[in-house]
Design a protein around this ligand. Structure first.
Ligand SMILES: C[S@@+](CC[C@H](N)C(=O)[O-])C[C@H]1O[C@@H](n2cnc3c(N)ncnc32)[C@H](O)[C@@H]1O
Length: 592
């Protein structure tokens, strides 16, 4: 019998993705049965249903193997029998600060910390509204009501502590994201990035030296230029356990301390990495080496860096773009005006998940390489240098937006169409990955498909500023934390101050820890319209693409083309582990 051309086409497409026919055939058969031989459903969106079904099957197989392996090791290990299930034990450890792995004697000792007095307070992080750090330059954020906050110029010296940690804070746990740098404590990271920054720590580090403009708070001036010491833009890692008070990490690592390297591992799940900025605490844990999370300022909402034009006003939101007649929760009723931007229906379900159809369309768009570059600017801001266009546009993705209700609407903050703006609600944890990607983010609980995880928060920068920072950072820091806000650039000529991106290197939220995974990542980024109907600036939220199990790493596809030299993200050796890894695939092709 001649092969069915549709089946052959499906097998060929899957082969191009690196999936062999022995994997595809049984799944295809099952889907055909399930869909009553409706090929269109299988072929839709570049065989999305088929790819998803293959992934799901593989996951189930993986889980079954893990379970089997687990139960056999459990059987072998008599001692383990005294404990509940390993996963539960792990969960307990992650949640309960007192329940640390290893006896207290094996925990790293923080010597001499008691003797150090607080030498200054930490800057307060913004916690409401979108903040501008424009110093009166280009922000046109006039009509929006934002909380005004005057930051003081503060001095932060070595070993100062966040006042919020108070006296009850364990002395061996420096506050995360707030520890000021100390060049004497810097070591070469085990992951190869030089951590020494050459800061002059005898001089004060000026943070948040800003006033406010137009009712909008400006935060720090250019961070590179305010630091005493070399203007290098580099941020150090957190000081290491045992390195406080004159003991250098290098001494510790060279065995000058009693602690062996193995004993130096950090198990610290008591600290809240968000410093209370989120309603959920987010702990961190390092079971791999002795490093603590890097220094950065935790902010729950993006701040505007000088020169970036984020133009939103209450008057800019037209009556037809908001639902002033609504009250309470919009979701259970007929779609309101805010839903019209979403094609006349709400994107969220009453359970607070992104609807399947919308999510699948976003996933399909992201997975299809052609759709990733499906519109082109006449004068691409990425190709501009010194006001001259020197490179042509490589294309941008046309994205689907979610429009949420907002202050001009009649509904309440608990309205089901205000999911992202209510912030993080799931239990997350920052952890040191074992594959060499450095820190990553994971969920502590199972998450259903379409669940909101977090927003990508950072400084809103112009592309010009981003390019400047990239050059400065290239020599020093290992990771990049930028996200391009390239929505609708082709629709209008975009001026330099309107071509924006988010940089979470110095100011950011938990999303800055999310690693990349090629193609089959469990998160997807979706732009959210809240305060503005204009799409030059948008907020980006991350949602699950499938059910995610407890303790699974959360990843999203940065959309990197590993072959291109001028990426927004500095190239890295991809360790995503996906069988669809674009870098590994390229290497395989090249090797042939
Ligand atoms: C947004 S940060 C993610 C958090 C980062 N791992 C950390 O420790 O801060 C992005 C950087 O993490 C690293 N990274 C992310 N995904 C990776 C992957 N799949 N393989 C290797 N490194 C990765 C790269 O250095 C990248 O520039």
């Amino acid at each position: 019998m001649a092969p069915n051309p549709r089946a052959s086409a499906a097998l060929t497409t899957m082969k191009s993705l690196g999936i062999g026919k022995e994997k595809v055939k049984p799944v295809l058969k099952r889907l055909l049965k399930l869909y009553d031989k409706n090929w269109e459903l299988i072929e839709e969106d570049g065989y999305r249903a088929l790819v998803d079904a293959i992934f799901e099957e593989e996951e189930e197989e993986d889980n079954a193997v893990k379970k089997k392996r687990k139960s056999s090791t459990d059987d072998e290990d008599d001692e383990e029998e005294a404990h509940p299930h390993e996963l539960e034990r792990k969960k307990m450890r992650y949640r309960n600060p007192d329940c640390l792995v290893g006896s207290p004697s094996t925990q790293p000792k923080m010597e001499g910390r008691e003797g150090i007095k607080d030498k200054g307070k930490q800057p307060i992080s913004p916690n409401d509204g979108i903040y501008s750090r424009d110093n009166g330059i280009k922000s046109r954020s006039s009509g929006i009501v934002l909380r005004e906050r005057q930051y003081e110029t503060r001095s932060c010296l070595v070993a100062s502590r966040d006042a919020s940690f108070g006296d009850e804070a364990p002395l061996n746990e420096p506050p995360i994201a707030m520890m000021p740098p100390d060049s004497s404590l810097m070591v070469e990271s085990s992951h190869g990035n030089p951590s020494g920054g050459g800061y002059n720590t005898n001089r004060s580090l000026v943070l948040y030296n800003a006033g406010s403009t137009n009712g909008v708070v400006s935060s720090e001036n250019d961070i590179y230029h305010e630091l005493d010491g070399p203007v290098d833009g580099h941020r150090p890692r957190m000081p290491q356990p045992g390195a406080i008070d004159g003991i250098r990490n290098s001494d510790v690592l060279n065995g000058a301390s009693d602690n062996t390297r193995g004993h130096m591992r950090c198990f610290n799940d008591g600290d809240d990495i968000t410093k209370g900025e989120e309603t959920k605490k987010i702990s961190w844990v390092n079971e791999v080496d002795e490093h603590r999370p890097p220094f950065f300022h935790y902010i729950p909402q993006s701040v505007i860096f000088k020169g970036a034009c984020v133009d939103f006003t209450l008057s800019g939101i037209e009556e037809e773009n908001c639902c002033s007649d609504c009250s309470g929760d919009c979701l259970p009723s007929l779609p309101c005006a805010c839903a019209s931007t979403n094609g006349g229906e709400f994107v969220y379900t009453v359970r607070g998940l992104v609807k399947e159809g919308f999510l699948q369309k976003c996933i399909a768009n992201n997975r299809d390489p052609q759709k990733r570059h499906n519109y082109f600017c006449k004068e691409c801001p990425l190709g501009r240098k010194d006001d001259e266009v020197i490179k042509s546009c490589k294309g941008h993705q046309r994205r689907r937006f979610i429009k949420e209700c907002w202050s001009k609407c009649g509904c309440s903050k608990s309205c089901g169409n205000r999911l992202v703006q209510r912030g993080i609600t799931c239990n997350l944890q920052v952890y040191m990955t074992s594959e060499g990607k450095d820190w990553g983010l994971r969920t502590l609980d199972e998450l259903p498909k379409g669940a909101f995880v977090c927003e990508y928060v950072g400084e809103i920068l112009t592309i010009k500023e981003w390019n400047k920072r990239k050059i400065q950072a290239d020599n020093h820091s290992k990771h990049t934390h930028g996200m391009l806000l390239d929505s609708e650039w082709a629709a209008l000529p975009v001026k330099d101050d309107e071509a924006l991106c988010l940089d979470a290197t110095f100011y950011g939220n938990i999303a800055r820890f999310i690693n990349h995974r090629c193609y089959d990542a469990n998160l997807i980024e979706i732009p959210i319209e809240v305060e503005s109907a204009k799409r030059h600036f948008y907020r980006v939220a991350l949602f699950t693409t499938r059910k995610v199990t407890a303790l699974e790493e959360l990843t999203w596809d940065y959309g990197i083309d590993f072959d291109a030299s001028d990426q927004n993200v500095r190239p890295f050796k991809c360790l995503c582990g996906s069988k669809f890894c674009r870098q590994t695939k390229r290497q395989r092709v090249r090797a042939r």
